[in-house]
Design a protein around this ligand. Sequence first.
Ligand code: S3P
Length: 179
Amino acid sequence: MNFELETLNLKLRRMRIYLIGYMGCGKSTLGRSLATHLNLQFVDMDHYIEMRNHKTIPQIFAEEGEAEFRKKERKALEELSEFGDIVIATGGGAPCFFDNIDLMNNSGKTIYLNIDPSILADRLLKSKTERPLIKGKSKEELTAFINDTLSKRNQFYKQAQFQITRPDIGLKEIEDMIS
Ligand code: S3P
């Protein structure tokens, strides 16, 4: 077998897990623990985009707009889909643009963290992370925004191969579910 084919085989055989779901559903927190539990690397996609572009996410939104952010997000996903032995916490909108959800499903295991909208609203109101899409929204505005965007995004999130609905699910249970 030639070298390129062997490398490709290695890449394909290696474990790659994508955590998807709405802002505030806990992708990064769970991703970190799951990666440690499975002895894999962890990458937060937003952080990767910031490092790659030398700008924060709020800066990209403010200076270049959402459409440009989505292109950068797609590029980051293409790069990360080549990494092996990794758990990736994706940005909340990532599966909902271009054919990103297909790319994820074709290159790894996808897990949707399906968390109740009222829990999302509470967490996002308390969160210190600056998120351009919801910045400055009151509780009522945020709740309406979550309901509206979730109704559009669910069709993408629901394409994940696995789904978690209980925030207290154990890591071993997740490991068994995806193996
Ligand atoms: C976004 C979610 C954010 C970040 C950006 C846009 C979205 O990531 O990618 O602010 O469209 O839902 P988190 O889900 O990690 O907050």
